[in-house]
Every structure is written in C-alpha cells, then in structure tokens.
Design a binder for this molecule. Structure first.
Ligand code: SF4
Ligand code: SF4
Length: 408
C-alpha cells in the first residue's frame, strides 16, 4: 500500500515538474488554491486573477469532491508540497534523524494557524485583486520557473518548509497550509474512513504510532477525523489486518471494505474529469463588455483571434485599452472582449457589430501604435495578432487559423 501510494505521489510530482520545467506550462493554472483565491474577483468582475484560468475552478471542484469522498487524500497522494515534505521526513528518518512528534494539545493548537493564514491571504488577495500569497508561497518558490515576480520571502518560507519537514512530520501541511483550511471542514464529513474491528484488534497500538497526523486510531471504531489523509499507513502496519482488525472503505453500516485501488481510481477520475471539463467547457477568464453596449444588436459577429503577449489579467486589461482606443483606429462597433490569457498565443473572441466594423479593423486597432495623450508620446502595441500582417507584406490580411479557446 505504501509503495503504491509512493508511486502515485511520484506520478503527480513528475507531472507537475514536467509541466513546469519541460513543457513550460503554467502550473498555477492547475492549482486548486488558485480557484479559492479567484472566486471573489470572478464573481464580482467576471475576471480571473493574474494568469489564472477557469481551470482553477474545475480543479478546485474536483478537490472538494475528492475531500467529500476520501477526506484529505489530496494531501497524501497528489499535493507536490505534501509529497516533498513527507519524503524529506522519510529520508531524514532513514539517515537516523527521525522527525519528532509533537504533543497532542500543541499539535491541535498549531493546526488552527492554517485558518489564520487562509483569512489573511484571502483578505489581501480579494482586497487588491492580486495573488498576494505569491510573495511567501513555498509552492511557487519550489515549483515555478523562478521568474522576476518571485521574492526572497518565498524562498525563505520554502527553506523553512524543507528544514521543518526534516524535524517534524509534514509541519506545513498540518499547521499552515491554507488549502488544508479549505478542505478541513468538508473532510469532517468524508464518506470513506479507516475502520477498526474491536473483536480482532489486539490493541498493539501500531496504527496510532504510524499515523502522520497523530490520530489515535487504536482508540476509535471509525476514523472520522478531518485530518485523516487516507494514507492507509495504519492499515499497512497492522499485524491483524488479514483478520479484519483494520480496513478502509465506506462507513461500517455498509459492511464493506474497499481496496486502495478504489481510492486511487476516485482521485484520478475526479482530476481527469476536471481537466477534461477545462478543455471542453472553456469559460473565458477575462471578460470586458463595453459600457452601455451590453445588449447585443440583432446582428453581431465574433472575431476569433490568437493574440501574443496576452499572458495574464493585467495584460488583458492593457489589451482592452488598445481595443477601446479613441484615435483614428477607434472601433465604433466593438461590443465585448472574451479572452483566455496565457503563455503563447492566447485565444480572444471579440464581439462586434458587422455593420460598423470588421475583423481586419479590429486586428489593426490591436496592433497599430497608440497616442498616449497623458505622456504625450506614441506607444507601439505590445500585442501581435496571429496571421495579421499590418504592412501587407505577405499579401494576406486574413485572420488565419481559428484558435479554439481553452486552458493552456
Ligand atoms: S495513518 Fe490512518 S488514520 Fe492516520 S492519516 Fe493515514 S489513513 Fe488516516
Ligand atoms: S495496528 Fe491493528 S491490531 Fe494494532 S491496535 Fe491498530 S488495529 Fe489493532
């Protein structure tokens, strides 16, 4: 069981590392906590934060479903920080530096800190509509391509997580992780649980000893603690598991036990469904409707473009500024922008009134220099529309191949 779980952890960690460092994708867009951070801005403005996409909401939905079914199994099987932390602790133990256990009361007290961390992060993120947690996000420090927006403090926190993991079992996951604070209340109602049979149990206490979250497994009938990661260490170590002393599955009332494969299958199906939904139902992550033009005319058309340098929400706002220009390239019939900012060519749909403008005029507005009256200078457009040649050198001013929007 332990080996199988390690393989699953290795798979998720490898997927993350390949996605970030080999494919050079945007890992933040697949972080469930990004969905939590973006909820407020998306609900009030229709826009995601920074370079997040609606894929964050789909992954968050999958995570919450997993939590309702399997408690905090995400921490024990899929979270890269959880995996690194656990493996560091295991590595230290092998070298003879066994991570210390923390007294139960102190552990329970420290566990409340994660709610404080969550509230502070959400306050600043929702107030300033920026990913404020980045400045101290260990995940961002350890699993990003170390761009200019990464701070010294993120490395300090990441270093503290690494050192802390060598001294205590998974300290960040148990006490400080804001995502754990989101999962915890739901995990309390988790459907599956570890079950102990008092008839066959010999009260050796081994199950409690190996529990990374300090649950007194040998004292309960069913593990209903929200902090259970469904790691099944307690089942693996039990000398009487074949006699049915301990098992995992639905509540005892259902009278059945499930294999670990069911647990892993549920995790994989939920995440695969979330990824599939992100591509099949690509809701725009940036929307701008021209004031007073919210009701579309009887006949409207959509220019489907691929735009370079539209990597995040800030760039999308700048993009809207170029489309909403009021000089000779003004677009009288422009009604709405829907965009999926991201690395490379970002899909953009611009709704317009075909009696007033056309896709070429829209591409021209996006790419022509712009007179900045405040600074009294001309600014060149930072954007490039795929397939649009403003000088007509290719003799081809068509829109080129139509992109299909979606998560990167
Ligand atoms: S050892 Fe058992 S009780 Fe403890 S977290 Fe793992 S599955 Fe849950
Ligand atoms: S390890 Fe097994 S036998 Fe020992 S206390 Fe736990 S459930 Fe009972």
């Amino acid at each position: 069981m332990k080996t199988t779980r390690r393989i699953v952890q290795f798979g998720f960690l490898t997927l993350t590392l390949v996605g970030v460092f080999v494919v050079k994708g945007n890992a933040e867009r697949w972080c469930p906590f990004g969905g939590v951070e973006a909820i407020y801005t998306y609900a009030t403005e229709g826009n995601m934060l920074c370079s997040l996409g609606v894929s964050n909401f789909y992954i968050l939905g999958a995570l919450l479903l997993i939590t309702l079914l399997l408690r905090r199994a995400f921490c024990g099987y899929a979270c890269p920080i959880g995996t690194l932390s656990e493996w560091l602790g295991a590595g230290a133990a092998r070298l003879g530096f066994k991570p210390r256990s923390v007294p139960y009361r102190l552990d329970r007290g420290l566990a409340k800190l994660k709610y404080v961390v969550l509230v502070v992060i959400l306050y600043f993120t929702w107030t300033y509509a920026e990913l404020e947690f980045r400045v101290a996000d260990p995940c961002y420090a350890l699993l990003s391509r170390h761009g200019e927006d990464i701070t010294f403090w993120a490395y300090v926190v990441a270093g503290a997580v690494v050192i802390g993991s060598l001294l205590v079992i998974m300290p960040f996951c148990r006490w400080l992780c804001p995502l754990a604070a989101v999962m915890h209340p739901l995990s309390r109602f988790g459907f599956t649980r570890v079950k102990r049979d008092e008839e066959t149990c010999i009260d050796c206490g081994l199950c409690s000893k190996v529990c990374p979250t300090g649950i007194p497994v040998d004292k309960v009938d069913e593990v209903k603690a929200a902090r259970c990661m469904s790691c099944l260490n307690c089942v693996t170590v039990c000398p009487r598991d074949s006699a049915g002393a301990i098992s995992w599955g639905p509540p005892k009332a259902f009278g059945r036990s499930w294999p670990q494969a069911a647990l892993i299958g549920i995790i994989l199906v939920c995440f695969a469904a979330a990824v599939g939904a992100a591509y099949a139902l690509p809701i725009p992550s940036f929307t701008r409707v021209v004031e007073g033009r919210g009701d579309l005319p009887a006949e409207s058309a959509i220019a489907e473009l691929e735009v370079y340098n539209l990597s995040c929400r800030g760039r999308a706002s700048l993009f809207a500024y170029f489309v909403e220009r009021d000089d000779v390239y003004e677009l009288p019939g422009y009604l709405k922008i829907e965009a999926w900012p991201g690395p490379g060519a970002a899909p953009v749909h611009i709704t317009f009134d075909p009696t007033q403008t056309d896709p070429d005029a829209i591409s021209e507005a996006i790419m022509e220099p712009y007179y900045d009256a405040v600074s009294d200078i001309w600014r060149s457009s930072p954007f490039e529309v795929s397939g649009y040649d403003p000088l007509g050198l290719d003799g081809d001013t068509s829109e080129g191949e139509q992109p299909s929007p979606g998560a990167d």
